[in-house]
Design a protein around this ligand. Structure first.
Ligand code: SIN
Length: 353
């Protein structure tokens, strides 16, 4: 009996040792960091003054500045652009989407981290979430203070973003933004403050996860954040869509200018629940009759724009943005117009995507 117990103990110890060995030798996840510029790659003349130039520091220097990332993942870096994100554009969005899809298709990486300026980070995140055909993690990250600043946030944010990308729990959450110890769904996140480090918020729903001390915990999953909705693999450009801002006593001039500029769609950033005054209303209705797709959104920053409240959308041929802010509604409308002009279908996209 004693002999049997000793034998069982022996095999138990051997199997634990084998498991430990397997765990410690299993390769780290392969994470590629695609760099586009922004403040996270920004450089200033002094550590205490705010002035700096975005997009100055190349990817190699960013990676060397945070050696801890190499303990979490097998890291590769690739410079896609070196711009302030106010200069982000459709050509770069398409390039990013096509490159990320290629990396996943060829199984070259397990996850992507994208360093990006914060000004349009939410737009890139939403564009990618609609066009990436994989449930592997794609994590966007930026910084509010340049690498040369005394209290720079880029290094910690980058480490956190790599950690989120490398974590198995991130699979299936779609494209996310990791900033300031929080994880946000691409669709819902927005920049809310011009200079503060806690600028990113999801005003309607909050973060889906929290990051602390090298760990991410998820609490929610966005049900609108999975599976590729638009294939842009062959596209070189997108239909033109303009945003027109609503305000008291606005005239129709911005709408007329957008149409003259060739807009196929207009996202109207309306007052309250997407409302407009008489002059703007007339111009929007005329545009809609001339087959320009009109989407009512809101300048308020939170909440939904609802169908058929003060405006009879079906009769006027308008669609509503639901809870997408104007800049995100523009992205969905541009992509929608690559597939259809059918207003009912486009409205359906806005209520589902
Ligand atoms: C930018 O968006 O490139 C400049 C601002 C920033 O990254 O915080």
């Amino acid at each position: 009996m004693k002999k049997l117990a000793a034998l069982a103990l022996f095999f138990f110890v051997i199997s634990i040792q084998a498991q430990t060995k397997k765990a410690s030798t299993s390769p780290l996840p392969r994470v590629i960091i695609l760099a586009t510029g922004g403040t996270i790659a920004g450089s200033g003349a002094s550590s205490t003054e705010a002035a700096y130039t975005a997009g100055k520091i190349p990817i190699e220097n960013l990676l060397n500045a945070v050696p801890e990332i190499h303990q979490i993942a097998q890291i590769k870096g690739e410079q896609i652009a070196q711009i302030g994100s106010q200069d982000m554009n459709i050509a770069t969005w398409l390039k990013l989407s096509q490159r990320i899809n290629e990396l996943f298709e060829k199984d070259e990486v397990d996850a992507v981290v994208l360093t990006h300026g914060t000004d349009t980070l939410e737009e890139t995140a939403y564009f990618l979430s609609l066009t990436i055909a994989s449930d592997k993690p794609v994590v966007l990250v930026g910084a509010m203070r340049p690498a040369t600043a005394m209290s720079q946030d880029g290094n910690r944010n980058l480490l956190d973003a790599v950690m989120v990308a490398a974590d198995q729990k991130s699979i299936g959450h779609g494209v996310v933004v990791a900033m300031n110890e929080s994880v946000y769904a691409a669709r819902d996140v927005t920049k809310t403050n011009t200079t503060n480090m806690a600028t990113f918020q999801s005003r309607n729903f909050g973060p889906i996860g929290l990051i602390f001390d090298g760990k991410v915990n998820y609490y929610y999953k966005s049900i609108r954040n999975s599976a590729q909705k638009f294939d842009v693999s062959q596209r070189k450009t997108l239909p033109k869509v303009a945003i027109v801002y609503g305000y008291a006593d606005a005239t129709s001039s911005a709408i007329e200018a957008a149409i003259k500029d060739g807009a196929q769609g207009i996202v109207y950033a309306g007052m309250g629940n997407g409302n407009y005054n008489e002059a703007v209303g007339k111009a929007l209705i005329t545009a809609s009759k001339n087959n320009i797709l009109i989407c009512r959104s809101a300048r308020a920053g939170a909440g939904q724009v609802t169908l058929f409240n003060e405006v009879d959308d079906a009769a006027l041929g308008f669609v509503v943005a639901d809870d997408l802010n104007p800049q995100k509604a523009r992205i969905l409308l541009m992509l929608a117009l690559t597939k259809t002009n059918d207003k009912k279908k486009i409205q359906d996209y806005f209520l589902k995507y």
